[in-house]
Design a protein around this ligand. Sequence first.
Ligand code: PEP
Ligand code: MG
Length: 574
Amino acid sequence: MSKKMKGIGASEGVAVAKALVLKEEEIKIVKTAVTNVEGELTKLADAISKTVADLDGLRETTLKKLGEEKAAIFEAHKDIAADPAIREEIESMIKNDSVNAEFAAHTITNNYFEMFAAMDDSYFQERSADIKDVASRMIKHILGIKIVDLSTIAEEVIIVAEDLTPSQTAQLDKKFVKGFATNIGGRTSHAAIMARSLEIPAVLGLKSITQDVKNGEVFALNGTTGEIVLDLSDSDTAEFEKLAKEFADLKAELIKFKDKHSLTKDGIEKEIEGNIGSPNDTESVIENGGDGIGLFRSEFLYMDNDHFPTEEEQFQAYKSVLVDMNQKLVVIRTLDIGGDKKLSYFEFPHEENPFLGYRAVRFTLDRQDIFKDQLRALLRASAFGKLGIMFPMIATIDEFKRAKALVEVCKEELKAEGVAYDNNVQVGMMVEIPAAAVHADKFSKYADFFSIGTNDLIQYSMAADRMSENVSYLYQPTNPSILKLIKLTIEGAHKNNKWVGMCGEMAGEIQALPLLIGMGLDAFSMSATSMLRARAIMSKIDSKEAAILANKALDLETEEEVLALVNEFLDDKL
Ligand code: PEP
Ligand code: MG
């Protein structure tokens, strides 16, 4: 009998493949006296060459997939692995103390680790993490422990893990990784967002999937419904094959909308845009016919790095997206760090509630050195296309004015240096804090545009941590209370003739579409893979009928009532 489980469907599509369960094996290092010193030295030499070979491989694949800059990390790791001084010290310890290779390797590398970790300079602290990484790889090789590198997976698997970090997710090659299933996380966790941009089906928040499924066991996953099936029967396999075919057929149908305008049934033009996390994702937005990029989460440039990216590094990244998008609007959000998004090379002060703390624009307004590098890079890139600069987590008019004033300072600097930029670059803000939504008619005097960040807007309105599956039932985008905040935001923008988009996950949710059209939203930014479906359904929605629907919904009491109303409305349109 097959066994079924339900998690949160976080990225559409189905997969049937072998489980690759990621479990960090605990390394036990025991000091042993050895008589065969030569044998230990050989083990060490072998482990070093295997480590160097691994790192070469990682460098190669990273170079092909993510470019020179990311690949350089593995070059630095290789330098550590092949460092003659470290090797000599380990060898001396094995010889002089007659101890086992793993003990000597651990002791010596740990000395280096502690020395670097204790330094004040963040550059050296970061090197300590590199040393730990490389040392653990080397020691695993000495002990013969198998190492899983996600980027080198070369057979079809479904990854099963506690959680996946955004940068781990970025390593996945969708040719082999058919899906992933995790214990924690939800629809708006960053692993989910990355999964959608990579078009890898994913089910998250399964609580104990790392225990429920055995490594190597074939199982099925439905990222649309959140269903997992273990111990597959023949009929289950047939059912999943059918679903996979339906999914492929739907994709073929939708591709017809690729070069069409985003129009409602009665011909009102909207924008359907893509959300991206790195310049590499731009391709998928173009392939799926996006009208632009409504959100470039620039924080991934900072997170997948070992230092704050320089102005020049950022300029190159932003410019490449603007050039690729060829005069279509690209909205780049300034650094939205803090909360669940951490930097390996920067320690945020400890806070009880980091989601409510020192993050995003609160951090960059405080660290204007870091902010200005980004703003200058953005302005320089603005000369190469149509750019919108967007500030995250704006709560007060004063914050917006201060951030915008800094843009002006950077413009003046660039002008004095004779560097080109677009003087008409749009400067807008995320509306993701309820205070900003309520006050939108005042913000729109200063901001050129709004983009509603429903992931956070719902989190803060419902006081429900978006990372917690225990309270995930409170993620209710179509609850009338949330709809009211959205309506206030849209009306507030239009009062001063500004455009308003949405870049939270709600923008791509089909049941929200008629309501948002009905309330007059201008732009819908979502994962690239959701865009064509949204355009197809939009073409069947009359804006006046949608307005009547939205007004009815705003007057209801619960999300269930709204969904029932919307489902009836959408019945003949899906
Ligand atoms: C949001 O909060 O809705 C949003 C788009 O930003 P992020 O998910 O990156 O917080
Ligand atoms: Mg947000």
